[in-house]
Design a protein around this ligand. Sequence first.
Ligand SMILES: Nc1ncnc2c1ncn2[C@@H]1O[C@H](COP(=O)(O)OP(=O)(O)OP(=O)(O)O)[C@@H](O)[C@H]1O
Ligand SMILES: [Mg+2]
Length: 433
Amino acid sequence: MNILIVDDTKFNLEYAKNILIENKINCHILLANSGKKALNLLAAQTIDIVILDIVMPEIDGLEVLKEIRKDEKHHNIPVIMFTSLTDKQALKKSFEYGATDFINKPIEPIEFISRVKSAISIRNYALYLNETLDTIKEQNQELLSLNKKLQETQFYLVQKEKLVAIGQLAAGVAHEINNPIGYVSSNTETLSKYIHKIKTAIDQYRKLLDCLSDTDIQSKEVQNHMKELYSLKKKLHLDFIMTDIDSLIDDSFKGLEKITKIVQSLRNFARHDLENDFNYYDFNDLVEETLLLIKNEAKYIIDIEKDLKDLPLTSCNRTQIGQVLLNIMVNAVQAIKSQSREEQGLITISTFSNENYVVCEIIDDGPGIPKDIIDKIFNPFFTTKEVGSGTGLGLSISYDIIVNKHSGELLVSSEVDQGTTFTIKLPIKKMSS
Ligand SMILES: Nc1ncnc2c1ncn2[C@@H]1O[C@H](COP(=O)(O)OP(=O)(O)OP(=O)(O)O)[C@@H](O)[C@H]1O
Ligand SMILES: [Mg+2]
């Protein structure tokens, strides 16, 4: 404990010091014979108690007291004022300025020592309180960060649970649908060929019918057949059927293609066979490959800018990461296209790395994602796209791939009418040499 005694009278300083020593007060005593010296000492080291004379030349005790209380780190220091009984006005002031106690002059040893002792216990108590407060603050901080971690873990767990459940469901559904899709596709293909042949034949029959109607036919029977055929043609709307049939078949093929794609994504989603197919790749190569696929979609409407920094090779599953990049880039293209705007859109893809991660940002200047749905976009089957144009699986698959399968992070930030940024962070796993 450091006790600072301030008095311009040398005798008082020595006398007070001796009382402390004689009473074996366990402390380090510092003496200052002016206000200035006292303030210097206070600035230079930790002082626990100040015993301060009020009347001093230049900087008096009240000034020193004011300075002490100005400084936040000295708030808790007990300050005992030395005062003569006649100096009531100054004593009153010193309490206004924050003095803790006073000791009468001339110094009376018993009074002096009892005041100092009570100041010591006040100081000890304040120090103890400060320490406790610091511990509480630290614990509070720890609790806050634990709470945050818990929330994150809970989110990941819920997400993972959902994905596992949906994965199992997807695998089952995909398996069940895949077989009928196979024969419906192949039958439709055969049917389309048959229909083409039937159409060719019908065309010929119709040409023959038209030819016959221009000739003079005697046979009543033939005439009746021809009549019947003409009325059938009308009744069955044969002309319309002949033109509509091609677009029906076209639509069926498109529909089948869509179903096949959905089943394929469902199967990818539930696939475990390629799960361990990890190797070392340059992430930029995967970006370039995906860009090749997406470029055509973006042609004339969206500029694509790249800023790909040199990256360390990192271990990942090429097919899966390709799928993530494609999902996110397709979303960006679709988002910009949905605006049907006049000016060109812009998608910027940048990669860089830091000590721990390869980072890829995919930024679009599209419509952005409203705040009330941004928490849902990683949920399986969440989509804002028209029925039939989005399955709502793209981002949930991507999330599963990045977070669960690659121990990385997939982050989104978005501003309505400004655009959206998806950030992929893949942990760098160095090749063991
Ligand atoms: N770049 C983006 N800008 C604006 N909205 C986006 C963007 N990316 C995703 N979204 C929103 O997130 C939703 C979910 O995206 P997700 O890729 O999972 O499904 P989808 O694109 O709707 O369908 P799918 O990818 O299965 O064909 C989208 O419907 C869209 O509302
Ligand atoms: Mg999508």
